[in-house]
Write a protein that binds this ligand. Structure first.
Ligand SMILES: *Cc1c(COP(=O)(O)O)cnc(C)c1O
Length: 421
């Protein structure tokens, strides 16, 4: 459920008309609903109620500092994958003890930054990384709390580019080798082993892969405890999918995911961490765009928008589907017709949808991409020298621009011309 509904003949974000926002910001623009973000966070809080837990929002899915502050003040921790994301979480006021550091290629500089600034734990993904962290922490006279990310060799049944839990993926340590690596970790200076971490992929639409992975983690936890490790925290990653196509998709609910966590690892008495990104942010955001031209081709009609693949790359990168709806509410029962919906960028890949049925739309009309809150603005670029797409946060009847569109002068000022040129 989200807070983007038609009211009085137009699309609203909570109590603000989208038309009012675009009159101020222009298009394209991302619009987020604070109530939806908080509601999704609470679904996970409720799902784990009674278990000691921390919900760590995956910053990589939507990293705007205002959004992080909103979620952080509601009690969320943060899952970060870079020094930049660490800095963002801290700028949003999230304390280090609520930040977990994931990622397959943390540099020594990033490790130092987190150790000096405060960090809840590192989720270590390889033996070389473990040695590097041991060096950095020892040189600072600190002990780095760690989990080791195990790769459970489970098929997440999702898009190949976002599956991370098969043995051929680059992530984590093969679960069969985990006991050896834990034994080595326990002997290293500057390392404090506290838990186990797993994350098998994103946009999972079934619970079975989670069940397989968490069951393996539970078995591993028992073995590690038998080996003498004090395993007291389990980080179960993110990955729960959302319905991108409203009419025919019904992925599992956070409540059932929570029940699965209780069933598979609840008996171990560990503190549970989860790292949802997409489910919190995805349906809490729209990308609003304007129709630049409606162009008739040979047997195909193209709707050319002012948004492009550089603003929302998911359709061209993952073949992802986004529902696209007019901002002015269509009349009930009105006839639809198929459009190829594209952006202005000079790539054939700059295609959002093919033969998509839409109610009547004309040049100058506004349309909204639904489910664009996660992996939308964060993946945007300035390709074709298009200004980075701005972001707006709505809460009730108020809205604020939380990242403004840069001017051409600002974009050009980032380049510098050498004296000898
Ligand atoms: C991407 C990622 C997440 C978030 O995944 P979602 O599918 O957005 O919930 C969580 N943890 C790790 C380690 C990740 O890489």
């Amino acid at each position: 459920m989200d807070h983007f509904l038609y009211r009085g003949g137009q699309l609203m974000a909570e109590d603000v008309a989208i038309s009012e926002i675009v009159a101020e910001t222009g298009t394209p623009v991302y619009v987020y609903s604070a109530a939806t973000l908080l509601r999704h966070l609470k679904l996970f809080e409720d799902a784990l109620d009674g278990l000691p837990h921390l919900v760590c929002f995956a910053v990589k899915s939507l990293g705007n500092v205002a959004v992080l502050k909103l979620l952080g003040e509601a009690g969320a921790g943060m899952d970060i994958v870079s020094g930049g994301e660490y800095a963002r979480a801290r700028a949003a006021g999230v304390p280090g003890e609520r930040i977990v550091f994931s990622g397959v290629g943390k540099t020594r500089e990033e490790m130092r930054m987190a150790l000096e600034g405060g960090i809840r734990q590192f989720n270590v993904e390889s033996e070389p990384e473990l040695h590097a962290l041991s060096d950095v922490a020892s040189s600072l006279g600190k002990a780095a709390p760690i989990t080791i990310r195990v790769n459970p060799d489970v098929d997440a049944k999702t898009h190949a580019k976002i599956a991370t839990g098969k043995s051929e993926n680059k992530f984590g340590i093969p679960i069969a080798r985990a006991r050896d690596v834990y034994a080595m970790a326990a002997k290293l200076p500057g390392i404090e082993v506290i838990g186990v971490d797993v994350h098998i992929g994103s946009q999972l639409t079934e619970l079975a892969p989670f069940e397989a992975a968490f069951t393996k983690v539970a078995e591993l936890t028992e073995s590690l405890r038998a080996d003498g490790h004090d395993i007291r925290r389990l980080d179960l990653g993110g990955g729960l999918g959302i319905p991108y196509e409203r009419i025919n998709e019904a992925p599992p609910l956070p409540f059932d995911y929570g029940a699965l966590i209780r069933r598979t690892v609840g008996h171990l008495g560990c503190e549970i961490e989860i790292e949802p990104g997409r489910l919190v942010a995805g349906n809490a955001g729209l990308l609003v765009s304007r129709v630049t031209y409606a162009k008739s081709g040979e047997g195909r009609d193209f709707l050319i928008l002012d948004a492009a693949m550089n603003d929302l790359v998911r359709p061209s990168m993952y073949d992802a589907h986004h529902d696209i709806i007019p901002v002015a509410e269509p009349e009930a029962g009105v006839e639809t017709k198929p459009w190829d919906i594209v952006g202005p960028v000079c790539e054939t890949g700059d295609t959002f949808a093919r033969e998509r049925e839409l109610p009547p739309v004309a040049e100058g009309d506004f349309v909204a991409f639904r489910s664009a809150g996660a992996y939308g603005a964060v993946m945007a670029s300035e390709y074709n020298a298009r200004p980075l797409v701005p972001e707006v946060l709505v809460s009730g009847d108020q809205f604020a621009v939380i990242r403004r569109r840069p001017s051409y002068e600002e974009m050009i000022a980032r380049d510098s011309i050498p004296e000898w040129l």
